[in-house]
Structure formats: C-alpha cells, structure tokens
Design a protein around this ligand. Structure first.
Ligand code: SAH
Length: 363
C-alpha cells in the first residue's frame, strides 16, 4: 500500500460509514479520478513501466493511419478553413503526435487545426504538453463548450475508463452491485466487498435478462456521447471511437489491471486501472438519439487493413535491421491479428447525417 491508497481507503471508509455502501460507479470514480489521489491523477499508467500498453504505444502506424482517416474526413468536408481536432483521454500524447506528423504534408490542414485535448489528469496533461510542445493545444478536463465549427473527435481506450453501474437480476428482482466495508461493525475495517442492494431504477424497467445475469450501464458515457453527437450534428464532422468492447450491456466485465496483470478490483484502490468492456450498442443508441449516423461496428484489424496498414508496414520495414524488423512485425501483428487486438478492439464511427460516408467504416 502507498499513501495515496491509504487516503483513498480512508475516503471510501468514511463515505461508507456515514452513508452506507457506494455504487460501483462512485467507487470507480473515486479510485480513478479523485482530484488528489486518483489513479489517473497522480500516475502515468501507460507503457512498459506502467500497468497497460495501448495501440499508439505499440506502433507509430496506428496514429499515422488515424491521421490519414482525419485528413480524408477534412477533405471530404471540403477542407474547412478552421476545424477542431479533439482527442478524449490522450494518455502520453503519442496518438496525437503521430497524427500530427502524418498529416503535416496535407496542404492547409495544420493551419486549419484547433487541437483540443480532453484530459482530467494534470499529471498526464504535463506529459502531453511536452510531446506536443510545437503545437497550439487547448486542454479541457471534460468535454463541453467545444467551439462551434466542424469537429473531428478521436478516442482510443477512453470509454473503457468511464465509471459504470452494475445491476443483477436475483430472485425475480433488480439488485444494484454496491461496494461496502467487509465488516461494517468493525470501525477499523479496511477491506471492501461487493453487496447487492434492491433497486427500482426506471432504466431497468424494460430490460429483460435471465436470473443471475448482470447488466452494465454508464451514465457518464451516455452524457459524453449525447454531447459529442449533438455537437457533430450541429456543426458537422465525425467521431472515431476505438476500444475493447461488446454489442450489448449483459455480462460482468469489470476488470482491474496492475503491472500488466489482471488483479482484484477491490484491493489497493487507486493503484490499479479499473475498466469495463465498452457497450457499443449503447453508444450507437445514444448517438442516434441525436440524429447522428452510426455505421456498423467494425473491428480494429479490418479497419486498419482497409486504411492500408499492411502496405505501410511493408514500406517502413525497408532498411530496418533484424531486431528493429522483428519489433516492427510484432507490432503489426499485435494491432491487427485476430488473436491479439485485431478482433477484441472495435471501431465505431459517428457522423453528421449530411456528412459523406466515413473512410474505412462505410467505404
Ligand atoms: N488514449 C490513450 C490513453 C488511454 S488511458 C492511449 O491510447 O494511449 C485513458 C485516458 O483517459 C488517460 O489519459 C486518462 O487520464 C483519461 N481519462 C480517464 N478518465 C477520464 C475522464 N473522466 N475525463 C477525462 N479524461 C479521462
């Protein structure tokens, strides 16, 4: 345990002793983004030395091809003189740096750019500032008040980090999965456990699932998707969401990762990444509620292949020595292979109803 974990345990304990069990969403929110002690706030979780590695960190090709995707969307929108390029949860800033390097040669694109990074962590904002020091960037801790102009939004492994509520069907009733102290009577208790609590939330009324099954709902995700889809509807543009996930909300997918290993989500709070599988069906529904168009979900392997990752890999492999070539090939493999990230990771586009079809997703 470290000091930050002790503090988070204390914050949770106090809350539970005063008000009872907390929802899973509140537990995740405190552990991940508490303004002083949260996991993302004081840590760099990404990379070999951290807890997990993401696609932009595996190969520069990932960001280069997303750069190509962005350039094509901008061209398809008739090269507006000004547009916002927004990234949600930019981590180390690697994806944005690769996007900017890959789009440098597209005439007029960089001078049209307003780069906006949505990042809750002051620690990671600093990391991003360093890598993007040559570009004018605006930071915001949450997605709101975007400029009223054409907007392209990208998010890689952002939505899996948003808090979820879990509900379970038990004895013909809806129960909410809560987190509480293992022994509430012992004031000194510092261990947490799950507890089911009866609920009659309206959102559950029409859901039909089998006894014993769990459903996951993220109201934070709903609000983010409503905002960004309405913004795209009003101002034109598109969004690209890449993450691990599923189409539907049934199943318990909460997971904790620490030093690249799965771990218990209820121990050492604030020291582990807590995530869940993104419900792409819910994203589609929320986006369509605003009138935006959402093409069929595709997987990362097919998306990157359709943008030409294999051809790009072939070009980059020329002139690499044997060690670098091995690394390069394994990077490609991890990104697109079905047994690696190629199938587990999904890609969902959202666009304005009057925008041209999205490259790699509809064409
Ligand atoms: N996109 C990056 C990093 C993914 S990790 C990559 O692919 O490498 C998740 C990122 O989202 C981190 O930058 C984290 O600080 C940020 N984040 C998590 N929850 C957030 C929230 N509620 N609001 C804004 N940013 C958040």
């Amino acid at each position: 345990m470290n000091n930050h974990t002790d503090e988070i345990v204390e914050i949770l304990r106090k809350e539970m002793l005063c008000h009872g069990a907390v929802s899973l969403a509140d537990y995740m929110k405190i552990c991940l983004t508490h303004h002083k002690h949260g996991y993302y706030i004081r840590n760099n979780p990404i990379g070999v030395k951290g807890d997990f590695t993401t696609s932009p960190e595996i190969s520069q090709m990932f960001g280069e091809l997303i750069g190509l995707w962005i350039a094509q969307i901008w061209i398809d929108h008739r090269r507006p003189k000004k547009f916002s390029l927004v990234e949600l949860g930019p981590g180390n800033g690697t994806l944005m740096a690769d996007i900017l390097r890959a789009t440098k040669m597209v005439e007029g694109l960089h001078s049209a750019l307003d780069i906006i990074l949505i990042e809750i962590s002051p620690f990671l904002q600093k990391v991003q500032k360093k890598i993007l020091k040559n570009f004018p960037v605006t930071w915001k801790p949450e997605i709101k008040n975007l400029p009223t102009q054409m907007t392209i939004i990208v998010a890689n492994e952002f939505f899996d980090a948003l808090p979820i509520n879990q509900y379970r069907r038990k004895s013909g009733q809806w129960m909410e999965v809560m987190v509480t102290l293992k022994d509430l009577n012992k004031l000194a208790s510092k261990e947490f456990c799950f507890q089911l609590m009866k609920t009659d939330k309206r959102i559950l009324a029409d859901l039909k699932i089998e006894e014993g099954c769990t459903v996951e709902i993220s109201t934070v995700m709903r609000d983010v998707i409503h905002y960004l889809s309405s913004h795209i509807q009003e101002n034109s543009g598109a969004a690209l969401i890449i993450d691990y996930g599923k189409e539907g909300n049934v199943g318990d997918t909460l997971q904790a990762v620490y030093k690249h290993m799965y771990s218990n989500p209820l121990t050492s709070p604030g020291q582990k990444d807590l995530t869940s599988f993104v419900d792409f069906k819910a994203i589609k529904t929320y986006a369509e509620e605003t009138g935006a168009i959402v093409p069929n979900l595709t997987n990362q392997g097919d998306f990157l292949r359709s943008l030409g990752i294999e051809e790009r890999a072939e070009i980059l492999s020329r002139g690499l020595n044997s060690n670098a070539l091995k690394l390069h090939k394994s990077g490609l493999d991890r990104l697109i292979n079905k047994d690696a990230m190629g199938n587990l990771f999904k890609v969902l586009g959202i666009r304005n109803e009057n925008s041209p079809p999205l490259i790699g997703l509809e064409t």
